[in-house]
Write a protein that binds this ligand. Structure first.
Ligand code: SF4
Ligand code: SF4
Length: 344
């Protein structure tokens, strides 16, 4: 185990040094209790205590709009050129729920056919996690899905020990950076303090819905015709906000734009949402999920049922963003509790 120490008053110097090596993005306060990952160059800009940012770190791995290729059909044979662009960046202060979100996306985009745009960006990303010692707010449900503790997916991981941060080094890239920064190794007393912080967390973070996580897939299995979906369908506005802000939603649409010469153009992808009425419509006028209730059932099943069959993990990280952003006040924890109550 490799741990180092950074005194709190050294954070500014750490961020400044890091930002000389690569662009650094970190949570920044946007006012009215909102936060966003933005470029920073000093420790003073970083919000160390923050509720999950409006958009999760997925925006750095899979931008909202991305050019995939350029094409040219001027010659005898059409030519297309793939666009693969990524720069080395550091993400500082990623909470454990968002680390889990990145891990989910890594699994999806590593499947064949691999998504090289995503994977290249991932390779260039230096990730520094930051532990939550208490809940960010009442909408979080990280303990339900076991994401209240770090579980990999980072180069370095910071835990606040009061006067200092203890830093877990998880990769060679992380080791190299700390060596360069000249940070001292942790002492046994620091390790004992880390253990105490984690012990305290056991009393703070508890399963937030009072239902055994392993029962959730079965609950969803039996909830195909649940009244809960009807009720959500009546309230949902199909705005797609819940999926845009979700760290594990990755659906996208592709469209070609042809230039005025009608010979050249580009193919781009943009985020899409299973909550839009057009999402499951196909040629011929068929729509596989015309009702909002069906779309809501689909969204929740994509978090608590389908990915368990395929990836053996929940695709809900417990970040609470969907609940915070929903204009119809559709609440993830209440929905899970209502589904469980129906089957009691
Ligand atoms: S954010 Fe709320 S209203 Fe909008 S699509 Fe999602 S559940 Fe429906
Ligand atoms: S479903 Fe909601 S709480 Fe779960 S990961 Fe997505 S946004 Fe976060």
């Amino acid at each position: 185990m490799n741990y180092h120490i950074l005194n709190k008053d050294g954070l500014d110097g750490f961020i400044k040094k890091l930002s000389k090596k690569m662009k650094v993005y970190a949570p920044v306060s946007k006012g009215h209790g909102n936060f966003a990952f933005e470029e920073v160059s000093s420790g003073a800009q970083v919000a160390l205590k923050y509720i999950p940012t409006i958009l999760p770190p997925k925006k750095y791995l899979m931008p909202q709009r991305e050019k995939m290729l350029e094409f040219d059909v001027t010659g005898e044979r059409p030519v297309d050129t793939a666009m693969l662009e990524a720069e080395e960046i550091a993400l500082f202060g990623v909470h454990t729920c968002d680390l889990a979100g990145i891990q989910c996306l890594n699994m999806v985009f590593s499947e064949r056919p691999r998504d090289y745009n995503y994977l290249l960006r991932k390779e260039k990303l230096f990730i520094i996690g930051l532990e939550c010692n208490t809940y960010c707010d009442e909408h979080a449900s990280c303990a339900l899905v076991g994401n209240q503790l770090p579980n990999g997916g980072y180069d370095l991981f910071f835990t606040d020990l009061g006067e200092c941060f203890i830093i877990h080094v998880n990769t060679q890239k992380g080791e190299d950076l700390l060596e360069d920064m000249g940070l001292p190794k942790a002492f046994p007393a620091d390790m004992a303090e880390l253990t105490r912080v984690r012990e305290d967390k056991k009393a703070i973070f508890k399963n937030e819905i009072g239902v055994e996580p392993k029962k959730l897939p079965e609950i969803f299995e039996k909830a195909m015709n649940s009244k809960v979906w009807e009720e959500l369908g009546k309230r949902c506005l199909s705005c797609g906000n819940c999926t845009n802000v979700c760290p594990t939603c990755y659906c996208f649409d592709m469209a070609d734009t042809v230039n005025l010469d009608l010979k050249t153009g580009a193919r781009s992808r943009t985020w899409d949402s299973c909550q839009f009425s057009t999402f499951a419509a196909v040629a011929g006028g068929e729509d596989f999920r015309p009702d909002r209730s069906e779309r809501q059932r689909h969204r929740f099943s994509r978090k608590f049922k389908f990915p368990l069959d395929k990836f053996y993990r929940f695709f809900c990280t417990g970040c609470g963003r969907c609940t915070r952003t929903c204009m119809a006040k559709i609440n993830l924890k209440d929905t899970l509790k209502a589904l469980a109550a129906e089957q009691r």
